[in-house]
Design a protein around this ligand. Sequence first.
Ligand SMILES: N[C@@H](CCC(=O)N[C@@H](CS)C(=O)NCC(=O)O)C(=O)O
Length: 217
Amino acid sequence: MTEFTMIIANKRYSSWSMRGWLAMKLTGAAFEEIVIPLDVETTAAAIAEHSPSGLVPALKHGPRTIWDSLAIIEYLAELFPGAGYWPEDPETRAFARSVSAEMHSGFGALRSEMPMNIGASKPGHVHSEAADRNIHRVMDIWRDCLHRFGGGPFLFGPAGAADIMYAPVITRFETYGVQMDDICRTYAHNVMTWDPVVAWCEAAKTEPWVIEKYESA
Ligand SMILES: N[C@@H](CCC(=O)N[C@@H](CS)C(=O)NCC(=O)O)C(=O)O
């Protein structure tokens, strides 16, 4: 029995779950995981047993439940101050928080038109101008962070909260064949070869569930 339980949905499709799970992995602490498949008759009831919002990820720690990916990151950052979620320098930390919050609250067109679908390959995917603007804004953020804050391997040097926020976007870029320049491609490669991301993606590809609405996007 471990102290922490992470409740997530399908690893193939649930980008917010991926963020919560990667955040937990960054601690290095052991945790149980409960995977609730999305889009089946029992989904809502199963999530409601764990999460007051009806959404995952949710983290259980003793009597506490923390839901929402960004709240989970902040909670774990307080519990594990050495894990490196946020940069130490206040100005850099403010920047990291801004780009993380921008992901958490924005990029609606990219998220709805290009759902996460790990293992799928849809090169030449046609998307709207709004999604295209989102894609370019994401890459501007990456270039800006890498230029200002040390040049990698992750956005602020070592892997942290901002990389966790953008990791599911990188899997989308891979799925939908988004063209990247060398700087963004190198960053994307660094994230995709980060051990926790590798583990998540390998597990995603072995899941039995197929959700048609995401497959036909
Ligand atoms: N703002 C939330 C979003 C969570 C969210 O939308 N989770 C989706 C899965 S990716 C969910 O639980 N959906 C429930 C359902 O489709 O039944 C967060 O950051 O954690």
